[in-house]
Design a protein around this ligand. Structure first.
Ligand SMILES: *[C@@H]1O[C@H](CO)[C@@H](O)[C@H](O)[C@H]1NC(C)=O
Ligand SMILES: *[C@@H]1O[C@H](CO)[C@@H](O)[C@H](O)[C@H]1NC(C)=O
Length: 403
C-alpha cells in the first residue's frame, strides 16, 4: 500500500513537472499547448538520456515524434496524393482533381524540424498541403530532403535545390500543367530557411530560366551567427522550441561535434574572419525600436579560427540567408514573412523583413502577437489550435492574391 502510494505520488509529481510550463497569457487554448510542450520536453529528456548512455543519437529518439505523426499518402475527393521521386529525392505530390481551367499554380513546400526532424507525411503537413492544393487549385510538391544526422549541411539545401531545379524545367512544368509564371517556394522554420536560401540561389543560377513568383517564409530560421538576439533572450523557455533545442538544431545542421554545440550554446562560435558579416545580423541596426526594448547589445565573444575552418557552413549564405549582401537580395520575388511573438526565431524574420524592404523587395509581414513557434502545424486533433488554422488561412489568402 505504502509503495503504491509512493508510486502514485511520484507519477503525479512527474506528470505535474512536465505539464507545468509557464505560458504567455496571450496564448489561447493553453491546455493543448501545454500538452504538446510537455510531450516534447519528456521526449527531449528521454533523448538526452539515451544519448548520454550511448544507446541512440539524441535526434534519432526525437524523431519518434515524427514517426507517430505519419499518415499514408491517400487521395481524397479533391486531391490525388502520391509518393514520387524528383531527381532521386522523395517527394509527396498533391494534384488537384478539379478541372484545371487553364494552367495551374504550383507550390514547392519544405517542411520544418530543424533540418533533423519532420516529414512531408506528418499529419499537419499533409493537411496543409491538401488545403493549399485544393483551395488554390495548385500542384504541391512537398519534399522529403535528407536529415541530420547522418546528413549535414549542405545536403538538406542541395536536396531541396535539386528538386526545385528539376521541377522548374519546362518539360516537367508542362507535364503537370503548371504555369511557369506561377510557381513559389514555401516552408516553415528550417523549411523557411531552405525556401529563402533556394530563392536566393536561383537568382544566380544560369541554368534556370524560370523565375519564382513568390516566397512564403513561415517563422523561418535565417542566421546562425547571433544566437543571443532579443527574441532568443525573451523566449528561451517558451513552448515547443526552447533556445537549447534551437542551438542543437543549428549545430547538428553543420556537425554532430559537441564542441560546436557548446560554443553555440554560449554564443561564442563566430570565427574572427566573420567580423565583416556581423553588419547583416546586427539587431541594433535592423530591429524596430519597440522590439529592441530594453535589451543591450552584447559584444560578440569570438570563437576559434579552428571552429570556423572545421565548419565552413557557419558563414555560408545558403545556411544563413540573412548573410546575403544587399545586392544579392535585390531581384528576389515578393515575400510573405510570418513571425510569432513568442518565438526564439522572431528576430530572424523581423530582420529579414527589414533587409528585404531595404533591397526593394515587396514584403507582406504578418506578425502573430499570440503566436509561438510551430503553431501552424497544429491543425488536427490532439494537436489542433484555432491559431494554427488562422495562420494557414493567412498564408492561403496571400497566395490566392499573389501567386
Ligand atoms: C473538398 O473540397 C470542398 C470544397 O472546397 C470541401 O468543402 C471539402 O471539405 C473537401 N474535402 C476534403 C476531404 O477535404
Ligand atoms: C551594430 O550597429 C550599431 C548601430 O549602428 C553599431 O553601433 C555597432 O557597432 C554595430 N555592431 C557590430 C558588431 O557591427
Amino acid at each position: 500500500m505504502g509503495a503504491r502510494l509512493l508510486c502514485l505520488g511520484l507519477l503525479t509529481a512527474l506528470f505535474g513537472y512536465y505539464i507545468y510550463s509557464p505560458l504567455p497569457e496571450e496564448l489561447a487554448q493553453p491546455g493543448t499547448v501545454m500538452f504538446a510542450s510537455a510531450a516534447l520536453r519528456a521526449l527531449g529528456h528521454l533523448s538526452e538520456a539515451a544519448d548520454v548512455l550511448g544507446l541512440m543519437h539524441y535526434m534519432e529518439v526525437l524523431r519518434l515524434f515524427t514517426v507517430v505523426e505519419l499518415v499514408p499518402a491517400t487521395s481524397d475527393e479533391n486531391v490525388t496524393v502520391t509518393e514520387a521521386e524528383f531527381s532521386s529525392i522523395p517527394v509527396r505530390l498533391y494534384l488537384p482533381r478539379r478541372a484545371p481551367g487553364g494552367l495551374r499554380r504550383a507550390v514547392l513546400y519544405f517542411h520544418g524540424g530543424g533540418w533533423c526532424l519532420g516529414d512531408a507525411g506528418m499529419h499537419g503537413y499533409d493537411l496543409m498541403a491538401r488545403r493549399i492544393s485544393n483551395e488554390l487549385n495548385a500542384v504541391v510538391v512537398s519534399v522529403n530532403y535528407r536529415l541530420a544526422p547522418p546528413h549535414h549541411f549542405p545536403v538538406q539545401f542541395e536536396d531541396v535545390y535539386s528538386v526545385t531545379k528539376f521541377f522548374l524545367q519546362s518539360k516537367v512544368l508542362s507535364q503537370y500543367g503548371v504555369d511557369p509564371a506561377r510557381v513559389c517556394v514555401a516552408g516553415d522554420s528550417a523549411g523557411g530557411n531552405l525556401a529563402a536560401a533556394v530563392a536566393q540561389q536561383l537568382l544566380e543560377d544560369p541554368e534556370v530560366r524560370t523565375r519564382l513568383r513568390a516566397q512564403v517564409l513561415i517563422y523561418p530560421a535565417l542566421q546562425a551567427l547571433d544566437l543571443d538576439l532579443p527574441s532568443y533572450r525573451d523566449n528561451a523557455h517558451k513552448p515547443v522550441l526552447p533556445r537549447s533545442l534551437m542551438v542543437r538544431f543549428w549545430s547538428e545542421y553543420f556537425s554532430s561535434e559537441p564542441a560546436l554545440r557548446e560554443a553555440m550554446a554560449s554564443n561564442s562560435h563566430v570565427p574572427p574572419e566573420a567580423a565583416g558579416l556581423l553588419q547583416f545580423v546586427n539587431w541594433s541596426l535592423w530591429l524596430p525600436e519597440d522590439v529592441r526594448g530594453a535589451h543591450r547589445p552584447s559584444s560578440p565573444a569570438w570563437g576559434s579560427e579552428e571552429l570556423g575552418r572545421r565548419h565552413p557552413g557557419l558563414l555560408d549564405v545558403r545556411a544563413s540567408p540573412l548573410l546575403a549582401r544587399q545586392a544579392r537580395l535585390r531581384g528576389l520575388p515578393p515575400a510573405l514573412v510570418l513571425t510569432c511573438e513568442h518565438d526564439v526565431l522572431r528576430d530572424d524574420g523581423l530582420m529579414y523583413v527589414a533587409r528585404l524592404r531595404a533591397a526593394g523587395v515587396p514584403v507582406t509581414h504578418h506578425h502573430a502577437r499570440d503566436g509561438f513557434h510551430g503553431a501552424m502545424t497544429f491543425l488536427a486533433w490532439p494537436l489542433e489550435l484555432a491559431l494554427g488554422h488562422r495562420l494557414l488561412d493567412t498564408c492561403l489568402g496571400w497566395l490566392q492574391d499573389n501567386l
